[in-house]
Design a protein around this ligand. Structure first.
Ligand code: GLU
Length: 313
């Protein structure tokens, strides 16, 4: 009798959206997820999250690969480009996720009107919420609108889901309260990022996800989507503190964080490891510095931290 074997090798990934070049924030995520999964003897996969065709650019994706290679961050296996997998996401939307998804015709303007009317009503419970926290009021949930002609929303569960975050500790969150019935496919057929990430993390059998804290509010939605899609659960979650300017502002493409300069890769690696509060490594080639960082990798100094500030120069 043959017994099917399940791989027990840890699998992690780095999943940048090529909406700009790598900056120190995204670089620390790459280095941390690489060193951590390698310290467990695992594989580090690379996935380019480029479903948002308006904001993503192939040139940025190419530059990200060049930078990772210059820094000795060598990924395992083939790179996945989400823009080439749209049919796979639509297959899930039309099969396993079909009972949970529905067409919606509410425009942003309709919803703004809805909420401003709600707020004027006496004893309205919603008016304690700031306007941007308004969740979709489910006007179309039973309307049975044509799925191809409209954007699609997914019904997220209205109960708390818990998971143990290896950096931030035990987390509980109700995805319906936090996100509401979020849009998973726009009317122009663009697939929402968290839907694609959830399906790919399951399909790639990712066991360890280490990513920025900015994505933590979407994690229970991801857990419920993966479960509804019948995909294997991610066993280990880690949300890294965000890298911030000395004044506490998060480094991001939106606030024009400087792209990394890989002309001195060893210095860049030393800088990122210091920011990540790891023991120092000897100055060497990027590959050798990373090898040493892997043997010394320790999540403890990051525990329960929400941000890491760059020093004042
Ligand atoms: N693509 C996301 C980003 O670049 C990261 C997604 C994830 O790690 O789950 O911010």
């Amino acid at each position: 009798m043959s017994i099917a074997t399940v791989s027990t090798q840890p699998i992690g990934r780095f999943a940048p959206s090529p909406t700009g070049e790598l900056h120190l924030g995204s670089l620390t995520t790459a280095i941390a997820s690489f060193c951590h999964i390698k310290s467990l003897g695992g594989q580090w996969l690379l996935r380019i999250e480029d479903t948002d065709t308006e904001r993503c650019d192939r040139q940025f994706a190419e530059q990200i690969l060049i930078d990772l290679e210059a820094l000795g961050l060598q990924w395992d296996g083939d790179i996945i480009y989400q823009s080439e997998r749209i049919d796979i996401y639509n297959d899930y939307i039309n099969s396993a996720l079909r009972p949970l998804t529905y067409g919606c015709q509410c425009s942003r303007k309709d919803l703004e009107q809805y909420w401003s009317q709600e707020q004027q009503r006496p004893h309205c419970t919603h008016n304690r919420l700031p306007p941007n926290r308004h969740r979709y009021p489910r006007c179309c949930v039973t309307a049975d609108l044509d799925r191809q002609q409209h954007k699609l929303r997914i019904q997220l569960p209205n109960y708390r889901i818990g998971f143990n975050d290896g950096i931030q500790g035990i987390q509980w969150d109700n995805p319906q309260q936090t996100l509401g019935d979020m849009v998973v496919r726009r009317q122009d057929n663009m697939i929402n990022y968290i839907l694609a990430a959830s399906l790919d993390d399951g399909l790639q059998q990712i066991t360890h996800i280490m990513r920025g804290l900015d994505i933590l509010p979407m994690t229970t939605a991801q857990i419920s989507i993966m479960q509804a899609a019948g995909l294997p659960a991610v066993d280990h979650w880690y949300h890294l503190p965000l890298i911030c300017n000395p004044d506490g502002q998060k480094l991001s493409k939106q606030n024009l964080a400087q792209p990394i300069d890989t002309r001195n890769p060893s210095q860049l690696i030393a800088h990122a490891l210091k920011l990540l509060q790891q023991p120092t490594v000897d100055r060497d080639t990027p590959e050798n510095m990373l090898k040493q960082a892997i043997t010394q990798w320790d999540n403890t100094p990051l525990q329960h931290k929400h941000q890491l500030n760059l020093p004042n120069l």
